[in-house]
Ligand binder design. Sequence first.
Ligand code: NG6
Ligand code: CA
Length: 502
Amino acid sequence: MKTLLPLLALAPAMASAQAQKPNIIMLVADDLGYGDLSCYGTQLVHTPVTDSLAAHGLRFTNMHACASTSTPSRYGMLTGEYPFRRSGTNVAAGNAGTIIRPEQTTVADLMRAAGYATAAIGKWHLGLGSETGRQDWNDTLDVTPRDLGFDYHYIMAATADRVPCVYIEQGRVSQHDPDAPISVSYQQNFEGEPTGRDNPELLTKLRPSHGHDQSIVNGISRIGYMKGGGRALWRDEDIADSIVAHACGFIERHSSEPFFMYLCTNDVHVPRMPHERFRGLSEMGLRGEAILQFDWTVDQLCRTLRRLGLDEQTLILITSDNGPVLDDGYADRAEELCGTHRPWGPWRGAKYSAFEGGSAVPFIAYWPGGIGQGGVTDALCSLIDVPATLAQLVGVSVPHGAAPDSQQHLSTWLGRDRKPRPWAVSMAANRLVTLRTQRYKYIAPSKGGPMITWGPKIETGNAPVPQLYDLSTDVHEDHNVAAEHELLTKRMQNLLQTITGQ
Ligand code: NG6
Ligand code: CA
């Protein structure tokens, strides 16, 4: 049974909070790097709408995702429990069973307890149904975001590069086509179905650079095998439009009550195939155009809020699930067209890495009614604090034992002070856990080579010796000072062991 939120705990803060309770939109981009927005300094791609929210809100220069890949990052952000505490939190297949258990308290449960209407829209990637590989995609799924506190969902099961390539709305495949029943397997192909490996002539839109050579949908081969789908199959070019339409629809339906929307774009994850209207608009090709499409998404939301008179009373948080990557498995020329643009900003490493580029993410908080304008904060922050901080904002207490790693840092998140989190931990793709303080970064000794092995040209951050970096003088983690600071290294090692319990 789900922990019942003690109703009495809601009462005291209620009267005052009610008047100023903002709507909350948590907009989470996919693989958008710290350096990918023009408000974070790049001149090579322009994101004017997102920039204007930063200019009228608060921009964070030291926010950390819980992990450098999607599933564990999102797990931490929604549950307030570090992903390394649970097995099964690695990058999930499209037919993974639910990873967050219904009895866990999520940020959506907390918002619902505060009287908010709640929604999850867009990329999900946290599993569906009670058992991996046993979902009947032609029927109602037995465990969905509805069991995790979300009243409404319109989601992609995993990522755009993983089957099934359909949306799930309220537990069922949206626009399900009874003439094309859906089967999904991550083990074997279905007889007679083409794959990217065997039928490259059918790859009319993108070819894989590594992996991604199984079922073909919309002229693009994917990870995993699927059959059927018919009219329910998505067209990649329309994914942003579909997500925006459903997000704006949800806002309209709930414009007269407080709402919480966990809104996850597919941009800028692979396969990058933005709508035709963005083509040719960026010198960086498809990856640049996907960033422009992300900014368009922000624009559509803002316009809808303004039209409904909700702008003042809506808190918009914009962030990303993990660091950026160029070639992540499709020959979309991201690497060669990148030029001098640095998607990871000043940091070392990128998606998958234990270096800062894996987990340092953009974060913008915009709320005309509650945040002063134009601030920048370098306070160390972590997305693990989403549940506790938003609970504090809406005036509910987190039940005992729920969101165990989440701390509330509301005053920092609203720019009322610059108090940093005492430390932040993140998990790299190989489950290596790292520890940051405002000034230092500690990476425990680890086995494994210095580079990712399967395709992307990214440093893992692995080393056989302890690593300590002084970010105050060495943002790029170039100089390992562990030998010079033995005591501090030991202290950080002990703290990390205490946090992880290992
Ligand atoms: C990797 C995929 C990559 C991406 C990633 C998950 C291959 C070769 N690479 O395994 O393309 O899908 O998983 O990305 O399959 S994430 O942002 O959702 O974590
Ligand atoms: Ca991601």
